[in-house]
Design a protein around this ligand. Structure first.
Ligand SMILES: NC(=O)c1ccc[n+]([C@@H]2O[C@H](COP(=O)([O-])OP(=O)(O)OC[C@H]3O[C@@H](n4cnc5c(N)ncnc54)[C@H](O)[C@@H]3O)[C@@H](O)[C@H]2O)c1
Length: 363
């Protein structure tokens, strides 16, 4: 069988590989008997992924399909209310199963809806974007945005299982693929110096040239190893937030103000470059290393125009970051590639310098 099995922190299996959907068949046929199955999709995963799933997993044909509109703007309480109502209208009881078929938005919000409906029903994740496959479908963070604040409302909760079938990615637009790749790059930067030359060698990822299942399993294993040690983010798990303090503020600002908002991974790339500069200021990360990683990221993502994003608005958004304590803005920084340190506070002036580093970099 072509499959990797990883024991997810929180005690659930994560299957990666061509045969992962066979495991879903086994779960539905031989595991717990569910009173009802519901598949949550958006219009893209309905069109591109559901037919593939139905073809491989017999029981999906009997499931109710719930569709929401795609996009980060949908990850909010209004859509959750609609979903809870739809689950009720479909007659879901506590022995039902919600199947999240989609990217990080479907997984985060579907998981949250399942974890709170009738005090919690079972759910599984079938991630269909690279971002969700290498990162968001595992780790147990479920939630939604509150107004412009990213993931402000949520709970920790675990799926029954995660099934990662990389063939879903064949229909994913390149921009979305690259967005997901940013989280894999983050995993390398915080945890595996030895892999950095491989990333440089791969350059822009081309699906047909890389062993996707290997790469996805590698990324999931890094995340899972960290989550296993600190499932509720009391300390160590904060390393996974590298790039996200500034990145989430950039993403939030862009969501409200840009006609074509930055994708999550694109915002995190900007956040990583700025936070690399903070790592130079606070931890003496050599500027040559900062520049080397920046140039690599520019070669994949280009340089985005964020000069008109007002600093005070960004700082205000960062003040809501969940890592903060005592009203200071808390960062995960890098001492070296593969060596992340949590709990560094940076001033508004230092953050401004980091944004200036991004904006003044030539590409
Ligand atoms: N829970 C966590 O630990 C965690 C970690 C990282 C990111 N996130 C969250 O994940 C979200 C971003 O996830 P995302 O990038 O997957 O976004 P997404 O869910 O919005 O998906 C991106 C787009 O791709 C489309 N799509 C999905 N699969 C497809 C396929 N196979 N073919 C064609 N189109 C497809 C979707 O319809 C959508 O338009 C953010 O909300 C972010 O906060 C959560």
């Amino acid at each position: 069988m072509n499959i990797h099995k990883i024991e997810g922190a929180g005690n659930y299996p994560i299957y990666v590989g061509f045969d992962s959907l066979h495991k879903l068949n086994d779960l539905l046929n031989e595991g717990k008997q569910y009173s009802k199955l519901v598949v949550l999709v958006d219009e893209n995963t309905h069109r591109a992924c559901l037919p593939l799933l139905v073809a491989q997993v017999e029981k999906i044909a009997t499931a109710e399909i719930l569709e929401i509109e795609s996009g980060e703007q949908q990850k909010n309480i209004t859509i959750c209310t609609q979903l809870w109502e739809s689950l009720g209208a479909a007659g879901l009881d506590r022995k039902s199963l919600l199947i999240n078929l989609g990217g990080g938005v479907i997984g985060d919000m579907g998981g949250f809806v399942a974890a709170t409906y009738k005090r919690g029903i079972d759910f599984i994740n079938i991630p269909t974007t690279l971002l969700a496959q290498v990162d968001s479908s595992v780790g147990g963070k479920l939630g939604i945005d509150l107004n412009q604040l990213k993931n402000e409302i949520g709970v920790f909760g675990y799926p029954q299982a995660v099934f990662i079938y990389s063939s879903f990615l064949s229909t994913l637009p390149e921009q979305q693929l690259l967005s997901g790749y940013a989280e894999l790059i983050k995993h390398v930067l915080i945890a595996d110096e030895a892999y950095w030359p491989t990333l440089l060698h791969i350059g822009k990822p081309q699906l047909e040239l890389i062993d996707l299942d290997e790469l996805i399993a590698y990324s999931v294993e890094i995340k899972n190893r960290i989550v296993l040690q600190d499932p509720y983010e009391m300390g160590l798990r904060k390393v996974l937030n590298f790039g996200h303090t500034i990145g989430h503020a950039i993403e939030s600002y862009s969501l409200i103000n840009d006609p074509q908002p930055l994708l999550h991974g694109e915002a995190i790339v900007i956040g990583m470059i700025a936070e690399l500069y903070l790592s130079h200021l606070k931890l003496d990360l050599p500027i040559d290393t900062v520049n080397e990683i920046r140039d690599y990221l520019f070669s994949l993502y280009g340089k985005k125009n964020i000069e008109y994003f007002p600093e005070p608005a960004l700082i205000k958004l960062m003040q809501h970051d969940k890592k903060n304590e005592n009203r200071t803005i808390n960062f995960t920084l890098l001492k070296a590639i593969g060596e992340a340190e949590i709990n560094h506070n940076c001033s508004a002036e230092e953050i401004a310098m980091a944004l200036k580093y991004y904006n003044l970099s030539s590409y």
